[in-house]
Write a protein that binds this ligand. Sequence first.
Ligand code: S3P
Length: 452
Amino acid sequence: MPTTKSRRLKAEKSSGLNGTINVPGDKSISHRALMFASIAIGESAISGLLEAEDVINTAKAMAALGAQVERYSDGTWKVRGVGVGGFSQPRDIIDFGNSGTGVRLCAGLVATTPIKVGFTGDDSLRSRPMKRITDPLRLFGAKIDTLEGDLLPMRIVGSENTVPVEYTLPVASAQVKSAVLLAGLNAPGKTSVIEPVATRDHTEKMLKAFGAKLTITEDNTGNNQGRTITIEGQHELTACDVTVPGDPSSAAFAIVAALITTDSHIIIKDVLLNPTRIGLIDSLKEMGGDIVIENRRESGGEQLGDIIARSSQLCGITVPASRAPAMIDEYPVLAVAASFATGTTRMEGIGELRVKESDRLAFVADGLENNGVVVRSGPDWMEVDGADTVEGGGFVKTGLDHRIAMSFLVLGLASEKPVTIDDGNIIATSFPVFEELMIGLGCNIKSVDETE
Ligand code: S3P
C-alpha cells in the first residue's frame, strides 16, 4: 500500500484576519451530483465540484461502474450516465479512501443492480460501522458480506429480484437515508424512508432536480413521526446541470478563526445555507458571534449567501441534541470556539461523533486537554470550560480526521503558544486549499519538520 510521509503543521497566534474568499464546493452535494449524473440518461455538466480526495474517489468509482466522467480544462465536469440500474460489472474492488458518504451512498446504488462489487477504504473508513446500511440494503434482497464487526472490506451482490422497502431510520443519518432511497431507485414500486429527525436533504432535492418521482410528507399529527420520503422505483432520471455552492462545513473554520482572533473581519462568498446544514451558525450567533449573512439567494433549489464574520467575545451556551444533525460535522470547531468563550458550553446528543472519521468526542477532548482547556465528556455529550486565554503549546493527534486537523490549527491561531498537528495531509480529503486560503486571510500556519 502506498504511504505518504506525514506533514506536521503548526498554527501560531494571529490577528487582523481580513479578506474575501470563496470556499470550495460542498462535499455532500458534490458526491451526489456525480452519482446521480452517473445513473441519469444524457450528459450532465457539474460546475464548482469539490476537487478533493473524497469526491475524486467517487468520480473514479462512477467511472469504474461504467459512467463516462470527464474533467474539462475550465474545471467543469461532464458526466454521461448509464440509466437507473445500468451500472456494469467493475473489474476491481473500489477504494473510497476516507469517505463514508462515498461508500455508503454507492452501496445503495449497487444493492439493486445485478453486479458484484467489492468496497474498501483507508484505515479510518475500514473502522467505521457499515451495519447501518447493510441492514436496510439486505431488505432489498442484496447479498452482503463484510469483515467481522460489519466493517469494510465489503462485497455486495446486487439483487436481481428486488422488492421495495419501507424503512424507519434508527439513527439520524443522511447517509443511511440516501443509501435506502438510492437502492429504491431501481426497486419496483414505492420505497419509503421514515426520518424521525430531519437530516440534510440534498438527496431529496437533487433527485427531484434529476426528475425522480419523489414525494415528502410531514407528520403533523403530533406523533412525532417526522418526514416520510417516498421514491417510485424504476423510473429513469434525466441529466441535469448542477452548480455546487461553497461548503458551509469548510467555511466553518474561517468563521471560527475570525471570531476568536482580534481585529478580524472576513467575508466568505456563495456559501450553501440549507437550513439542515447551518446549526453551527445558529450556535455561534447564540454565543454572541458577530456573523451577518448578506446577499441571500436561491440557486438550483438550494439557499446560499455571503457570510461576514468579525472578532467577537463569545459566551458559553447549551447546544441542544435537536440541533446535532444540522451541525454534525462542526462540533470539533465549535468546541474550539467554546474554549475562548466566557463560561461553559455544553453539547448534548452527540454520540454519532464517535463513529465519524475518528472518534471525534475522544480526539477533541484529548486535543483540548493537551492545550490546557478544561473539558468533560460522556458517551454522547461534552462540556468545554471557556477561558480568556488558552495556553496552547500542545501536539495534537488527528487520527486520519480532516476536521480534527483543521479545528486544532484554528485553536492555535488564538492560543498563547502555537499548536502543532501530527499530519496535515488528511486535510486534502475535503479542503485541499485550506492552508492557502487561511494564510491568505492572515493566519500563521506553516509546515514544520519533526524537530520543531
Ligand atoms: C453526510 C452526512 C453526514 C455527515 C457527512 C456527510 C452526507 O453523515 O457527517 O460528513 O453527505 O450525507 P451522517 O448522515 O452519517 O450523519
